[in-house]
Design a protein around this ligand. Structure first.
Ligand SMILES: Cc1ncc(COP(=O)(O)O)c(C=O)c1O
Length: 414
């Protein structure tokens, strides 16, 4: 029998009443239904305003302007939206962020460009450092690029309830390191890396760092310029609510842009797109990191979340994110730990991003049961139930309802 904790309902209601961002929840489709959504860190809810924005785009811009739309606005959209993401979420001055292909493709382009530039400057630099528990795409890309370019992979073994920290990185880098690929927030554990410290360690070894910021963009503030970061890539369909398959963004620090040449040499990255010249000459600035026609339709919706982010401010979003994960952990301690569930994320909020992972051997079955009941977390091996709490669209009351449903599902499965 679950021990009743009626005080949790009172606490959730009080936290919602005191939440300066509470009203933003109404800006999202579906937030007024009983469905509990714990997966905004995988695919964010759609902002209500996006329905109208997309419809207007089809009728007015696409339908009304037709091919003229490219000259009038669309060619510049990947840079305009990129700059906004840079300013609102990344701590990046303009001219360093562009919306492009998928996260996977952008990671490939930047990783290859970084490796090639480093090896060209110093042929001894042929190592790519990556965590063994990083997101599959990151690991697979590193292996593929190493095979393609005759480079060597240096794997960092990590505790799966944490991620790469300063000591682990210090042991992995050296005079042969070309580039380090790191997750700002670990997709599995939610571990928040000390990005300025890790960037400095890589730089001391003469390496470049490529940050995968998929699980922090729009939730954890970044200061890419101030950290001296070299490169970053992040998803826009998670906390930026761009919709399924919305294109990723790439950040390349201004000081590296001329030095890096990416491998997918398409006409949209060429110096003069419409000269249709005989040979590829990369454009100056961020355009050189594009390849083909940008997916304009897929980058429309994220602008609504950028509007909300501009109003709310990323610092307050982070404050709420911490409050949500702290509350979820208090609830877990009260009603889940007694059932044998354990925390597979850092306890210290300073070391945690916007999601927490709870571990129990029954979690795969628990997740299936919850999805049937309109409670939507996600599952990650081994035994991890991931609770993603998107700050603008999630309330404390929703969080508690979901955690109670998790407890009921665990009880039913054990
Ligand atoms: C941390 C991380 N890196 C990379 C990716 C790959 O993104 P995409 O499938 O959009 O290429 C994801 C996708 O969820 C991710 O979470």
């Amino acid at each position: 029998m679950e021990v009743p904790h009626p005080s949790l309902e009172v606490e959730a209601a009080a936290l919602d009443a005191d939440d300066p961002l509470a009203s933003y929840r109404d800006a999202f489709v579906g937030a007024d239904t009983p469905l509990v959504y714990f997966d905004g860190n995988s695919l964010g809810r759609p902002p209500r305003a996006s329905a109208e924005r997309l419809s207007r785009f089809v009728t007015d811009e696409w339908g009304g302007r037709l091919i003229r739309g490219w000259d009038e606005a669309w060619m510049e959209l990947p840079f305009a939206i990129g700059d906004r993401i840079g300013a609102l979420a990344l701590g990046a001055a303009s001219g360093q962020t562009v919306i492009g292909d998928s996260t996977t493709v952008l990671l490939y382009k930047l990783l290859r460009a970084a490796l090639d530039a480093q090896s060209a400057a110093d042929p001894e630099r042929v190592e790519i450092v990556v965590g063994r528990d990083d997101f599959p795409t990151d690991r697979y890309l590193v292996e593929g690029i190493a095979a393609e370019r005759g480079a060597r992979v240096v794997w960092i073994d990590v505790d799966p309830t944490r991620g790469v920290d300063a000591d682990l990185l210090r042991d992995a880098v050296g005079p042969r390191t070309a580039v380090v690929l790191l997750s700002h927030v670990s997709y599995r554990s939610g571990y928040l890396a000390d990005a300025p410290a890790l960037t400095a360690i890589a730089h001391e070894a003469g390496a470049l760092v490529l940050w995968d910021v998929c699980h922090s963009a729009g939730s954890v503030p970044m200061e890419l310029d101030a950290w001296g970061a070299d490169l970053a890539v992040g998803c826009t369909y998670k906390y930026l609510n761009g919709g399924p398959g919305s294109p990723a963004f790439a950040y390349v620090a201004a000081r590296h842009q001329r030095r890096l040449t990416q491998p997918v040499q398409g006409w949209m990255g060429a110096a003069d797109v419409f000269s249709m010249g005989p040979r590829y000459e990369p454009a100056d600035g961020m355009r050189r990191f594009l390849s083909g026609t940008p997916p304009v339709l897929a980058m429309i919706a994220m602008q609504d979340t950028l509007d909300l982010l501009e109003e709310a401010g990323i610092a307050d979003v982070r404050r709420k994110s911490i409050a949500l994960t702290e509350f979820a952990l208090r609830v877990a301690d009260g009603i889940l730990v007694p059932l044998g569930v354990r925390l597979a994320s850092p306890r210290d909020p300073g070391e945690r991003g916007g999601h927490v992972t709870l571990s129990h051997p029954a979690m795969r079955a628990v997740t299936a049961r919850l999805w049937d009941d309109d409670v939507i977390p996600d599952y990650r091996d081994p035994h991890g139930l991931r609770i993603g709490l998107s700050p603008l669209s999630t309330s404390f009351t929703e969080t508690l309802a979901g955690m109670r449903a998790v407890a009921a599902a665990v009880r039913a499965e054990i």
